[in-house]
Every structure is written in structure tokens, then in C-alpha cells.
Write a protein that binds this ligand. Structure first.
Ligand SMILES: NC(=O)c1ccc[n+]([C@@H]2O[C@H](COP(=O)([O-])OP(=O)(O)OC[C@H]3O[C@@H](n4cnc5c(N)ncnc54)[C@H](OP(=O)(O)O)[C@@H]3O)[C@@H](O)[C@H]2O)c1
Length: 293
């Protein structure tokens, strides 16, 4: 059982949504949390909360699409806070579209934030963790990593990549003292990218609270769990695992199931509700992308 108290945790996507809940849960465990996100306001809001809950906090405003500058970010963090014990790759974005309507830059953005930034941060932090023979990488994937869904294919690909990279890395690092866990939440209500859309989840899909994800992260660290599905409750989670196993053998049964419970229709609705939004790309050129309203 790993004790989290006094450990230094680098948490991406810490400014809001699930990341804020993870930061609070880590604070209760008396960790030092280094939160990374673009919103200074979101990071500042968490600062007081984390400290009131018993944790230490350092917020760093940073856009993770700037992959080439990540070594500088890591240097800066290590100079201020020393070595990182736990890395939680939580930052994520999604863009709902028919596949042929994505621009190359939109595809790059989703893959960069959801997959490449976590890989690169891990690559930069791993040598120190290996020297110290201890560390933990936590990747926040999704149930979309286990079964794809229509009109959100890039997000699903990024999360499947995160899941399989975690699976490989866990085996590669076995016996080194550095652990790897991947968390796969289903629909999350109350806060986060899905709740923000205001569209209800399909009744039969199950929903969880952001606190459930935060609890799962804490347990995964303490018990060194390999892969954790978070979907409503234990019964729904176990039922989901059985369905996922069946869909390995009969993938089209899974497709029909998603159509039947309304996942496909929901995604169609979200793809139709995309609002154009201007965002910066990894090359720092401004382009018009899209975001669910
Ligand atoms: N909500 C769900 O239903 C659900 C389900 C399964 C998995 N997940 C996963 O859980 C994780 C957290 O999602 P969430 O629901 O909390 O989403 P969210 O509310 O949209 O928060 C996303 C976080 O990522 C940060 N972020 C996005 N782009 C960034 C960038 N370029 N640079 C730095 N930070 C960036 C955001 O901060 P700034 O905007 O301030 O930069 C924010 O803190 C994601 O990986 C998501 O895929 C969510």
C-alpha cells in the first residue's frame, strides 16, 4: 500500500472538471499537487481549496499543445518542487464530428493533448523515477478506449492509444518500482466535458460522479491497480466488463447495443451541435476548430 502523504504529484488538466476533484482528493491525502492547465483563474481557484484541505499547491499555466517546450516545463517544476513522485495525465479534449469533416489540425490537437503530451511528460520524468526506483504514472483514459463510438472517432483513438500504451509501459516497467495505472471512466455527471454539454447520458449507459474518478485514482495509487473502469457502481461496472468481453468476440453486437441504448444518437446530436471556436494549434497558428455547445 503506497502512502500518498508528502508525495509530489504533477496533475495535468487541473483547472476544472475531473482534474479539480482529483486535486482535492490528493489534498485530503496531504500530497503536494502541481496543477497544470491553461486557465490561470481555474488554477487560482483550486489553490486555496487544496491548501484548506491539507495539501500543498503549485499552479502552472501551460498549454500542453506546446510539446517542444515540455522539457523546459519539467525543468522549471523540478527546480521549484524537486522530483515528481506521481504523474497524472488527465488533460483531455474532444471534438465531435463525422470523420471526413475533421481537419488535420483538429486531429492533431486531440491526439496531442490526449495522448502525446502524456507520453512526452512520462518520457521526461521517467529517468528520475527509475533512478529512485519509485514512481507512479496514472493515465485518465475513458470507456471510449475499450469500445469506440460513432462521430467521436479521434477521441476514441486517442484514448485507446493511451490505454494500450499504459498496458505496454506497465509490462516494460515491471520490477523497476515505477507503476502504471489507467483509469477508464464512463459518462461523468455534475462536472467535466460531458456534463458541460447539458445533454443527458443514455439511461442504460450509466453515469458516475467526478468524485468516483478521484476515489479510483487514489485507490489505483495506493493499491497499484493496473486498469480501473469507473461506471456508476460495482454491478454496472462488472456488467460493463462482461459486455466488453463479449464484444471482443462479437464487435457488431456492441455496435447494435450502442445504437439501442442511444450512444450513437447522442453523438450524432453532439456532432450536429458543434460551435465553431478559435483555438491555437501546436504550430501556434490560429485556426477555426469546433466545440460542443
Ligand atoms: N467528463 C467525462 O464524462 C469523461 C469521461 C471519460 C473520460 N474523461 C477524461 O477525463 C479527463 C478530464 O476530463 P474532464 O471531463 O474533466 O474535462 P474538462 O472539464 O473539459 O477539463 C479538461 C481539463 O484539461 C485541460 N486542458 C485542455 N486542453 C489543454 C491544453 N491544451 N493544455 C493544458 N491543459 C488543457 C483543461 O484546462 P484549461 O482549459 O484551463 O487548459 C481542463 O483542466 C479527460 O482526459 C477526459 O477525456 C472524461
Amino acid at each position: 500500500m503506497t502512502n500518498i502523504a508528502g508525495q509530489t504529484v504533477l496533475l495535468t488538466g487541473a483547472s476544472r472538471g475531473i482534474g479539480a476533484f482529483i486535486a482535492r482528493a490528493l489534498a485530503k491525502e496531504k500530497a503536494t499537487v502541481i496543477g497544470v492547465a491553461r486557465s490561470q483563474q481555474g488554477l487560482d481557484q483550486l489553490s486555496a481549496e487544496v491548501q484548506a484541505l491539507g495539501g500543498c499547491w503549485l499552479g502552472i499555466k501551460y498549454d500542453l499543445s506546446h510539446i517542444k517546450d515540455l522539457p523546459n516545463l519539467v525543468d522549471q517544476i523540478e527546480q521549484i518542487a524537486g522530483h515528481i513522485d506521481i504523474l497524472i495525465n488527465n488533460a483531455g479534449i474532444e471534438i465531435y464530428k463525422n470523420f471526413q469533416d475533421y481537419s488535420t489540425l483538429e486531429i492533431q490537437s486531440v491526439l496531442t493533448i490526449n495522448l502525446l503530451s502524456g507520453m512526452e511528460l512520462t518520457r521526461l520524468l521517467l529517468p528520475t523515477m527509475l533512478r529512485q526506483k519509485r514512481g507512479h504514472i496514472i493515465n485518465i483514459a475513458s470507456l471510449s478506449a475499450k469500445k469506440g463510438n460513432a462521430h467521436n472517432s479521434i477521441y476514441c483513438a486517442s484514448k485507446a492509444g493511451l490505454l494500450m500504451w499504459s498496458d505496454s509501459l506497465r509490462q516494460e516497467l515491471a520490477g523497476t518500482g515505477v507503476n502504471v495505472s489507467v483509469i477508464c471512466p464512463g459518462y461523468i455527471c455534475e462536472s467535466g466535458m460531458f456534463a458541460d454539454t447539458g445533454i443527458p447520458a443514455p439511461t442504460l449507459a450509466g453515469t458516475s460522479k467526478p468524485t468516483d474518478v478521484a476515489i479510483a485514482v487514489i485507490q489505483a495509487i495506493k493499491q497499484n491497480q493496473a486498469e480501473v473502469i469507473v461506471n456508476q457502481d460495482l454491478i454496472t461496472t462488472n456488467f460493463t466488463k462482461i459486455l466488453l468481453a463479449i464484444w471482443q468476440i462479437f464487435p457488431r453486437f456492441g455496435d447494435k447495443f450502442y445504437q439501442w441504448i442511444g450512444v450513437t444518437k447522442l453523438n450524432q446530436k453532439r456532432a450536429a451541435n458543434q460551435m465553431p471556436v478559435v483555438f491555437k494549434t501546436i504550430e501556434n497558428r490560429t485556426i477555426v476548430g469546433s466545440k460542443s455547445d
